[in-house]
Ligand binder design. Structure first.
Ligand code: FHN
Length: 502
């Protein structure tokens, strides 16, 4: 390598190590030509092959639930909206500006005295999640406000001290597990109202002592969750961005090891910790820190290249933002069933899971829109299950929608049609030298066979070959539909034809 290029790389590493250049959350990781020594890097190997991770890869659809004290205000207080003052509904404690109510933080921190969700029925939630087609749930045990939905013996700010009293986390874990839905516990490290929490790197003896207590407290709570709820499949960490936590890399490394030793099948995403150079999600050599990439939040990777072959999931809100309950959604765009189907199948086509968030109200009810989505999505996922679960990426793209390929039968290809062509002809483009090409097609919903013809559009020096699937004119669609395409080896006559000399 030329000296100047080497110099540039060394300078970049030096800036990175000094924290002057920070890695982005998501995006393509270039593996450096000269990896640096990383002591607190990844603990597990990328693309784990054990049954727990194999199950993760097949989940397809997940449900996220954000539930806590923020459900009581529902993004407003005494009729005044927090929209212009709080970053999101579950962040309402951080309400600032001209609209914030007097003594707001005190009011918020006392909301636990009224948390008594009279309609909460974990079994009903779980039944509905199953109906929707979710195979895993991520449930907030504790969000940034620090309120614990389980009776933690390490805090007084818990459900045990609310009028409701009963352990909500236990009910969720049991009910979802009973429905065959795997449970992941969301856990925010950052705590806004914990006196021991220090945001910046602790410097004074007092800060050092406080943050040390906070780290012990965090460890205790995580071990407590593991002990109380042994059925959980993983943790979904959040609030791990503050300099104090980033600086505690040796502690977090050991804690991850401990959690994994307690349960070798445990799944932890890339948000839990960073390496000794402040590199989050990926270590300084671009290696994923955790079992799957966990940075795709309210955004979807544009293409497979960005994913670098890592496992991943995308978590998504129904409104543009706001994970907790929002009483008044007037004027907000709420994603529709068709939007969700599009995002779900886009994720599946790129080997990822799609996780849809729900924010129940203070009584434990889902909103009308959420309920409608569950029902409509459930209908769709039931009909099209073959295209959603147990599938993987197929290395061709389609302008009509998304391909997914069965993992168990490499001759079963699915095309989710999002964009129905005006002329009713879905023209599939395959490379001329493809070993397997479309041989027959059928609609998944009606199991109706569709006409499939070979097309020859005679482009000069064309390296592709074309197959037309005819969509019947009388097929009424208000949602995307899936075509199951059976693949087979090309017939000899086709090859001959395509090879004909002129
Ligand atoms: O700040 C939180 C936010 O409230 C929400 O919990 C999301 C869910 O992915 N995570 C954080 C932002 O990254």
């Amino acid at each position: 390598m030329k000296t100047s290029k080497r110099l540039l790389i060394l300078m970049a590493i030096a800036l990175f190590q000094q924290g002057l250049v920070k890695a982005q959350w998501t995006g393509k990781r270039e593996k450096p030509a000269h990896p640096i020594e990383v002591k607190f890097g990844a603990i597990t190997k990328p693309n784990r092959t054990d049954p727990a991770m194999a199950a993760f890869r097949n989940y397809g659809l997940g449900q996220f639930i954000h539930w806590g004290l923020y459900a009581i205000p529902g993004n407003e207080w005494n009729g005044v909206s927090a929209r212009s003052g709080a970053p999101a509904s579950e962040w309402i404690r951080k309400w600032e500006g001209s609209t914030v109510p007097t003594n707001w933080i005190e009011t918020y921190d006392n909301l636990y005295k009224q948390f008594n969700p009279k309609n909460f029925d974990a079994k009903q939630w779980a039944r509905r999640a199953k109906e929707m087609g979710a195979k895993y749930v991520i449930f907030t045990t504790k969000h940034h406000d620090g309120f614990c939905l389980w009776p933690s013996k390490y805090s007084d700010y818990t459900i045990a001290n609310s009028p409701y009293k009963k352990d909500i986390v236990k009910q969720v874990v049991d009910a979802y597990t009973e429905q065959g839905i795997d449970v992941f516990l969301y856990f925010s490290v950052e705590e806004w109202n914990n006196k021991d929490y220090v945001k910046n790197i602790p410097k004074t003896p007092d800060e050092i002592a406080r943050f040390d207590r906070f780290l012990k407290y965090t460890r205790n709570q995580l071990l407590e969750l593991q002990t109380n709820y042994p059925k959980i499949k993983g943790f979904w960490f959040d609030g791990t961005w503050d300099p104090s936590w980033i600086n505690a890399y040796a502690f977090t490394y050991n804690l991850e090891k401990e959690l994994r030793n307690n349960n070798p099948n445990l799944i932890i995403g890339s948000r839990f910790r960073n390496d000794e150079y402040e590199s989050r999600h990926f270590d300084s050599n671009g290696v994923l820190l955790g079992d799957y990439e966990q940075g795709w939040e309210r955004k979807m990777p544009a293409d497979m290249e960005l994913l670098g072959g890592n496992d991943w999931d995308c978590v998504m809100t129904i409104p543009p933002n706001g994970w907790g309950y929002i009483k008044n959604t007037d004027g907000m765009y709420l994603k529709t069933t068709n939007d969700i189907i599009d995002l779900l199948m886009k994720s599946r086509a790129m080997n990822g899971n799609f996780v849809l968030n729900f924010g129940p109200d203070q009584n434990g009810n889902m909103s009308k829109h959420e309920n409608e989505l569950i029902t409509a999505l459930g209908k769709w996922t039931k009909t099209n299950a073959e295209a959603i679960y147990d599938v993987k990426n197929f290395p061709l793209e389609s302008k009509y929608g998304y391909y997914t390929l069965s993992k168990t039968d490499p001759t079963s290809l699915f095309l989710t049609v999002i964009n129905r062509p005006v002329d009713g002809i879905l023209r599939l483009t395959f490379p001329r030298n493809a070993k397997l090409v479309p041989a027959s097609a059928a609609l998944l919903d009606h199991e109706r066979d569709l006409l499939l013809k070979k097309a020859n559009i005679g482009l000069d020096r064309d390296t592709n070959t074309y197959f037309d699937i005819i969509v019947p004119e009388n097929l009424k669609t208000k949602r995307a539909f899936v075509i199951k395409i059976k693949l087979n080896t090309p017939t000899i006559s086709e090859n001959k034809l395509m090879d004909a000399k002129i």
